[in-house]
Design a protein around this ligand. Structure first.
Ligand SMILES: *Cc1c(COP(=O)(O)O)cnc(C)c1O
Length: 395
């Protein structure tokens, strides 16, 4: 196996899951396993956690099919958008459909009728994300249609928060700003300032209005109502309903730096490598592509066999630190596709010495800052070329 690999601490994931479960009980927990289990390696994470999860969430049908082929029997909700031609897969692999439009719901019912097979469906309501789903002001037609779908099992109804990653302003009511004269021009600086909690509460209120349509029609709500992602799971207990959908939190990372840490979780990833080359570099000799960095005095430069093709972002160049023998050292010179260099000064670092890129005091937050992105992208970007090693699988 190559010396660059990702170690995944499965018992830590289980601990995170249990801490979340204890906090939200009696609500169920849907474990989000999309995007290769947030980069952790779904082939190892899924069989380990599936026996405990009430539900599994994935983004696309292919991820659900992959889980079924691994032998996972837990219910799987495909949370993203689905094309009509993908519907047969939902029947074949027993995937739960997020019915995000009247057309999709109607087509699913017709297919269920003609094939004499049943299908589990969760109605997807858009309360303020404007991504997929039926808006709360047009939900009545969807609900009425769903009540007439005798071949489908309408098991759930859900929505998704747009400001979930930064619900750190709880209680601080910011005044709403009037729209600017620029109107609806795009671009980050035209977006009006907002209070995340106020926005999330508004979404929840809209969701509640949708649920009240059932009362008006004199029928019960679908049994599994859910809205909460990691942010809401941490700070909005009123959003739990029957199930929560924590993604990043399950992986031990908080969705926002300042969010109240009401549930204790810890990261499960350690990204490891080994020094593959070690030498003294002389001043005046530029290191790596573009000669972006030069030593001012002779210094030891070691090479690590990991690069941007592994998900170690090229745009971090000259910023990251790595850990070797419990000490942090500076990455120097352009990060290459398959390798990068580290300045270890006059320390005697040898070929074969262990290097930690993430873990051991280097956090996903650190990497996100160096790369100018968020912790989600740091984790999901670690490429398939990096082997995943699962530790502690025996329970
Ligand atoms: C990805 C996703 C989640 C999990 O989001 P986190 O911020 O990682 O908790 C929950 N619900 C839906 C619909 C998602 O797509």
């Amino acid at each position: 196996m190559r010396p660059t690999y990702l170690e995944v601490n499965l018992p830590q994931l289980k601990q995170n899951f249990e801490n979340i479960r204890a906090h939200v009980a009696p609500a169920k927990v849907l474990v989000v396993l999309k995007a290769n289990a947030y980069g952790h390696g779904v082939d190892g994470v899924a069989p380990f956690i599936a026996p405990y999860a009430d539900y599994i969430g994935v983004a696309i049908a292919e991820e659900g099919i992959h889980l079924r082929k691994l032998g996972i029997a837990t219910p799987i909700l495909v949370m993203g958008g689905t094309l009509l031609e993908q519907l047969p897969d939902f029947f074949e692999y027993d995937l739960t459909l997020a019915a995000s439009s009247l057309d999709l719901l109607t087509a699913a019912e017709q297919l269920a009728d003609s094939t004499r097979k049943s299908l589990k469906v969760h109605l997807k309501i858009d309360t303020g994300m404007e991504r997929i789903g039926v808006r709360e002001y047009e939900a009545e037609a969807l609900i009425e249609k769903s009540l007439s779908c005798s071949h489908l099992e309408i098991e759930g109804i859900f929505t998704h928060f747009a400001n979930s990653e930064s619900m750190s302003l709880r209680g601080a009511i910011a005044p709403k700003q009037p729209p600017t004269s620029q109107g609806i021009a795009s671009g980050e600086n035209q977006v009006r300032p907002r209070n995340d909690m106020v926005e999330a509460s508004l979404q929840l209120k809209r969701f509640q209005e949708v649920l009240s349509i059932y009362e008006k029609l004199g029928v019960p709500n679908p049994p599994i109502r859910h809205t909460a992602n990691s942010g809401a799971t941490l700070v909005m207990p009123e959003s739990y309903y029957d199930m929560v959908r924590p993604g990043v939190l399950f992986y031990g990372v908080y969705p926002d730096r300042d969010i109240e840490r009401t549930i204790e979780v810890k990261p499960a990833l350690t990204w490891k490598s080994k020094v593959v080359f070690s030498k003294i570099t002389q001043p005046g000799r530029g290191v790596s592509y573009g000669s972006l960095w030069q030593a001012e005095a002779p210094t030891r430069i070691v090479t690590v066999p990991c690069g941007y093709a592994d998900g170690y972002f090229r745009r971090m160049t000259n910023q990251p630190q790595v850990v070797i023998h419990q000490k942090k050292y500076q990455q120097v010179g352009r990060i290459c596709m398959d390798q990068f260099m580290v300045n270890v000064g006059d320390n005697d670092i040898k070929v074969g010495d262990d290097v930690t890129l993430l873990g051991n005091g280097i956090t996903a937050e650190n990497l996100a800052d160096w790369a100018g992105t968020n912790e989600y992208e740091v984790m999901t970007n670690i490429s398939a070329r990096v082997p995943r090693v699962f530790v502690g699988a025996v329970q």
